[in-house]
Design a binder for this molecule. Sequence first.
Ligand code: WT7
Length: 632
Amino acid sequence: MEETFDVKLVENEKYYSPPAGYREEAWTKDYETAYADFLKDPDGFWERVAKELDWFRLWDKVKEWNYPYAKWFVNAKLNITHNCLDRHVKSDRKNKVALMWKAETGEERMYTYWRLYRDVMRFANGLKKLGLKKGDRVCIYMPLVPEQIIAMLACARIGVVHSVVFGGFGANALNMRINDAQAKVVITADYTIRRGKNIPLKTIVEEAVVGSPSIEKIVVLSRKSETPVDLMKEIEVDFYGIMEGVDSYCAPEEMDAEDPLFILYTSGSTGTPKGIVHTCGGYMVGTYYTTKHVFDLKDKDRFWCTADTGWITGHSYVVYGPLAVGATVFMGEVVPDYPDPGCFWKLVEDYGITIFYTAPTAIRMFMKLGEEWPKKYDLSSLRILGSVGEPLNPEAFEWYYKNIGASRCPVVDTWWQTETGMHMITTMIGEKMRPGFAGKAVPGVKVDVVDKDGKPVPIGTGGLLVIQEPWPSMLRTVYGNDARYRQYWETVEGNYSAGDLAVKGKDGYIMVIGRSDDIIIVSGHNIGTAEVESALVSHQAVAEAAVIGKPDDMKGNSIKAFVILRVGNTPSEKLTSDLIYHVRMTLGPIAIPSEIEFVDKLPKTRSGKIMRRVLKAREMGLDPGDISTLEE
Ligand code: WT7
């Protein structure tokens, strides 16, 4: 732990009352009562939620807690796609729109539940034809297109574990993830579209799979059927090609509640990413419950979560949660400021979006560009706004509340993680909102702010954010590295350590301050200092590198790298661009440093560990604190 806990909260008493009418209509009408119900009988609480869904066999026991290992819905059998598709197809929702998609090119598509169900089953049968079976791993590296959702659900249909890798990662990052999961198949597309440019994906996959002996096939989506991309016959097959001539029905594989559903990689404190493993039953129940209650999702809503499906936010709140609830989901292959900064608001108007969920970094960008952009559009369809990924600072909260929500939409600032699978802290609809504070634990979850010994810190004092009881959608392990999993529960004995610093107000509302470890949240993306450092050190000119996060008004943090060159190399602008290019090609564009400083030495402890805290303090003109362990 490099950070100190010297946060002292000066309490302001600024609240926003919930807009009239919401509370009465909400699924959770009264937070305090719902929370008390949960505390009275935690297993009963989750059992009631689980019973709203379909199971092939019910559980013998709701939960089995064998610290630090939890099983939820013991011996229950299910398939999540049955709940996301079949359940609706058999109901009034058969012809309801499940998915509306629009790309920045203007192209658009709609899928009813029936249509999505059919495509998922045909693609699932296509995957079976490739020889895939329950328990195999498949890597999905695709643009934000409906086929990505079809691919994910098709894997889940047949019990194949998917590992989605965000399209902004480079070949080396993709290669590491494929190898770690020993994926047999990669599903990709010829290209992704961003700000008017086609960015190739297939060529990156081809580079990434060299040295991935587990890979048997690459499935390629040709985005334009008029101009299909050339396939390498020995290994590549066409996305729609494998759907030809297959049965249109594919029975859902009967999964145990504890069978893995997917792996999703997140940054760790070492150079290797951690494969967070989520299971079928608990994840389904947790994402279903939070989608319904935190967003207060009703049948008539049109829900837009702007996250890419490559992140946990997309998994839980573009795909599994909303579809389990039976929502109409909007998905946009768009960025917030292209072709102009009004494009999101135009989409809200055109598609009649009622619930909008985005990241503080986007809100701060909109704030900078001015309220004239949202003013051009009719945003009156909106009824709930959400935020996720990093702290929503009070200024951004107020701007969002007033200018997007017209001071009549509750804002839910949701704190959670890849590891938690679902929302953990927020201010439920109908409760008073406190700008700067995410809120309280959602019913079903127990959290606190504690010191290193697990003792609650006094109100207003910074501490570690921990989760005190297992929850259904918690990670079950780190793929192939169970020791790393146990660390989450060992840092603060008996608790799950989130790795975040937080502070609690007098009212019990929690303000999340930031990471307490070596992870930098850049524009809401989780980036490990160690990953960027090892990418830099893999360049032939670099001897050593240290990376820090520097507060940034727009991005939350930006990456600054300190680099020691190998003898024979001299700092130059050319070398700076070479290093940036190198990081772009290995880790991907999301991880490039915005600043590189060449130095002769780095502050280290006597045992040789780089003291990033000292670099950061110096960078910000602050007192570096205790440097007694600093090497001479
Ligand atoms: C980290 C998890 C879970 C969705 C996206 C990120 C930070 C997330 C908030 C919030 C303050 C937040 C934390 C957390 N974070 N939401 N509402 N307020 N910080 O998932 O990539 O696993 O990152 O994002 O630092 O630990 P992730």
